[in-house]
Design a protein around this ligand. Structure first.
Ligand code: UN1
Length: 500
């Protein structure tokens, strides 16, 4: 079933265009969550000294990279996107083996990386600012974007290729150099990406990879005064801690954190379509997406009908290694993730009626992986713990309500605000929902996942700190604005002064 290597490869850090061992000499293992006997590779446990070297390399590469015309930087991004496309299958298989998502989804993850590489390559020829009239005659006014310098990129394991690309592509095309610290649950994915970045022709020092623990490598990145911007995706808890640390240094910080995303099903909804949308967004990626649906807020009139459909379809989902193309739901990423899901499910037993699932799945081939049966609770109150906190696993709470207003109140009554969806056939209701959801992403008659890379990605409230990834607005995180006034009148003109 799995491709068990007798002697796993030891991978290195990438600093100043060379693959090197970490100075500390320690390594850690990345294992296959579908079968933990399968060691995917050994990786350098980076230290603050490695980060310091990576920052020096990024700093030395910075002047030449900044001076490279943005369209030329974009050409390297195009080459990188093309290489990802050429190696898509190999990358996807490595991803499934390392972090568990099923192959079809792993291919989608690689595709998101390709999409953002091509989108941002095009930004090399736009990188738009404004050209506007001046208040004064014979004067020109415009604004341009310039790079910040060095960007620290700290990424999670759940989209181990897409998210690093969402962050690195805009950072690089804008002229920043990068120090990249991936999750310790997906260091192989990061290594494969950086190998292709090297092959694509990013000059030495423009991209540097330091694997290792958040407490060592991540904190060293955030504390380093030469890193001007940090982009982080991960848990709210870690995001808050990073925010405090970065705030002390007035460092620009883009945080992409948790979600508690709702699908609202109104009584005029197409229930078959709603069932499809809910299942895909609740149990796809084993519920381990920031955008995953973990709440279904349904009109009481159709609640039992919907739950019966969800239960019947959930029963048919096949668990297993994502490398098996017939599998629907892969494992959770690691043992602490499985233990966390188990704790929430225990809480859920007191907060709703268990419809299906509720336990780890350990039979047969699943014995050596972190599998958890897709779980549904019915009759959950909007403020119940399992309806409020991010579980990051295959656990769905069904919350019955009466009508649109109650549904919308429940949908917005959480601290997060990433994505939301409504199923309705009434166009007026659909438009009200587009206006009323307090989320950064809204879907009509679709699940809560599947954001495309050319629109802004991010959330309201505790989901982040106001930045957006993807879309052309991603450049805002990685550039400084410069406003430029050119006076060609030949005399002193004073803005805002009466009686010139
Ligand atoms: C995430 O879970 O952090 O919209 C990213 C989606 C994907 C990206 C999810 N395109 O579900």
């Amino acid at each position: 079933m799995t491709e068990v290597a007798a002697d796993p490869t030891t991978y290195q850090l990438f600093i100043a265009g060379r693959w090197v061992d970490g100075v500390g000499g320690a390594t850690f293992e990345s294992v296959n969550p579908a079968d933990t006997r399968d060691v995917v590779g050994r990786f350098q446990a980076g230290t603050p000294a490695d980060v310091a070297m990576a920052v020096r390399a990024a700093d030395m590469a910075s002047p030449a990279w900044k001076a490279t015309p943005a369209p030329k930087r974009g050409e390297i991004l195009y080459r990188f996107g093309a290489l990802m496309a050429q190696h898509k299958e190999r990358l996807a298989r490595a991803m499934t083996r390392e972090m568990g998502k099923v192959l079809a989804e792993a291919r989608g993850d690689v595709q998101e990386g390709i999409d953002i590489a091509f989108l941002m390559a095009g930004e090399g020829r736009r990188m738009s600012g404004d050209t506007v009239p001046s208040e004064l005659p014979d004067k020109w006014a415009m604004s341009i974007r310039q790079p910040l310098g060095i960007a620290g990129i700290v990424t999670p394991w759940n989209f181990p290729m897409a998210i690093p690309c969402w962050k690195m592509m805009p950072a690089l095309v804008a002229g920043n150099t990068v120090v990249f610290k991936p999750s310790s649950d997906a260091p192989l994915c990061a290594t494969l990406l950086v190998e292709l970045m090297d092959e694509a022709g990013f000059p030495a020092g423009v991209v540097n990879l330091v694997t290792g623990a958040g407490g060592d490598v991540g904190n060293a990145i955030i504390d380093n005064p030469d890193i001007r911007v940090v982009s982080f995706t991960g848990s709210s808890e870690t995001g808050r801690a990073i925010g405090e640390r970065a705030g002390r240094r007035l460092k620009r910080l883009s945080l992409e954190l948790g979600g508690k995303n709702a699908v609202v099903v109104l009584k005029d909804a197409d229930l078959d379509l709603a069932t499809d949308g809910i299942l895909w967004s609740a149990f796809g990626t084993t519920g381990q997406r920031c955008t995953a649906c973990s709440r279904v807020i349904v009109d009481r009139a159709v609640a039992d009908d919907l739950v019966a459909r969800l239960e019947a379809r959930t029963r048919t989902l096949k668990l297993g290694s994502g490398l098996d193309e017939t599998v629907d739901v892969g494992p959770l990423v690691n043992a602490p993730a499985a233990a966390k899901v188990e704790r929430y499910v225990e809480t859920g037993r007191h907060e709703g009626e268990l419809v299906i699932g509720g336990a780890r799945a350990t039979g047969g081939d699943l014995a050596h992986g972190h599998f958890f049966a897709p779980t549904i609770f019915h009759g959950v109150a909007p403020m119940a713990t399992i309806a409020q906190e991010e579980i990051f696993g295959p656990v769905l709470s069904v919350i019955p309500v009466d009508g649109y207003d109650e549904a919308m109140t429940a949908a917005n009554q959480v601290k997060f605000g990433l994505s939301a969806s409504v199923f309705t056939r009434d166009v007026n209701t659909a438009f009200r929902a587009m206006r009323d959801f307090e989320t950064g992403i809204v879907y009509i008659n679709a699940g809560t996942t599947g954001a495309e890379t050319h629109l802004p990605f991010g959330g309201w409230k505790d989901t982040g700190n106001g930045h957006r990834e993807a879309g052309h607005v991603a450049l805002d995180t990685f550039t400084e604005w410069k406003a430029i006034y050119v006076d060609f009148s030949g005399k002193l003109q004073r803005a805002q002064i009466d009686n010139q």
